[in-house]
Design a protein around this ligand. Structure first.
Ligand code: HPA
Length: 235
């Protein structure tokens, strides 16, 4: 047990799939896992452990933003001996070249966040996903015939901005899209010698203002979920 997770150590698998929304974790567990059992409900941050095609995995919500995923990923890596966390989330597009529902594999994320500096004095403005995990995800996507865009993204601390500088971040750093969690997840993985990756579905566009409906999001989420789950079979 940790400050924020009530599960017993043996109830968390070595590989965790992490959507932002705990109800998505419930959906994934109930749709795809064999014999899922609820192992955490502290603060409603639902976690389920079960098997996918015989492989034990845990699915747990991260909450929104770096402080939240920072807490859960740290405790999972450090106290529960988790080796791999694959985040599955949504992102807003910074370019017309991406369409709604496109799948991104994050190679690198930029952030102006103070997370790294506050956590261990790191001044890095980029954090990288784990190379081996990304390799397995790409290979699995090829096998399943799913198209993946390998991307540098922006991990932001702020969703509602009075002034948005997305064009500058696209020009300057090549950020193709924005979400709010990867930077902290990748930082924690690197500090603790663990592995992290992030697969994203484009849910809205900052360029055109297009948005997806929640029903459509559910369907496209399945596409991403299947990629994450099939990848775990290689770990
Ligand atoms: N900004 C930040 N995070 C997001 C967005 C966005 O536009 N869309 C989905 N997650």
């Amino acid at each position: 047990m940790t400050a924020h997770i009530e599960a017993k150590k043996e109830d968390i698998a070595k590989t965790v799939i992490m959507p932002g929304d705990p109800l998505r974790a419930k959906f994934i567990a109930e749709t795809y896992l064999e014999n899922p059992r609820l192992v955490n409900q502290v603060r409603g941050m639902l976690a389920y452990t079960g098997t996918y095609k015989g492989k034990e995995i845990t699915v747990m919500g991260s909450g929104m933003g770096m402080p939240s995923i920072g807490i859960y990923s740290y405790e999972l890596y450090k106290e529960y001996d988790v080796e791999n966390i694959i985040r599955v989330g949504t992102a807003g597009s910074y370019t017309k070249d991406l369409n709604l529902y496109d799948l991104l594999l994050v190679q690198k994320c930029y952030s102006e966040s103070s997370f790294g500096r506050t956590q261990n004095g790191s001044e890095d403005i980029f954090k990288e996903a784990n190379f081996a995990l990304n390799f397995h995800i790409q290979e699995t996507a090829n096998e399943l015939g799913k198209h993946l865009t390998i991307a540098t993204i922006h991990s932001s601390d702020v969703f509602y901005k009075e002034q948005d500088n997305y064009e500058e971040l696209y020009q300057k750093y090549g950020c193709l899209a924005c979400e709010m969690e990867s930077f902290a997840l990748f930082h924690n993985a690197s500090v603790l010698g663990k592995k992290a990756a992030c697969i994203l579905t484009i849910s809205d566009s900052l360029v055109t203002g297009e948005e997806t409906t929640s029903e459509e999001r559910q369907q496209s989420f399945r596409n991403m979920m299947e990629l994450a789950l099939e990848t775990t079979l290689k770990l």
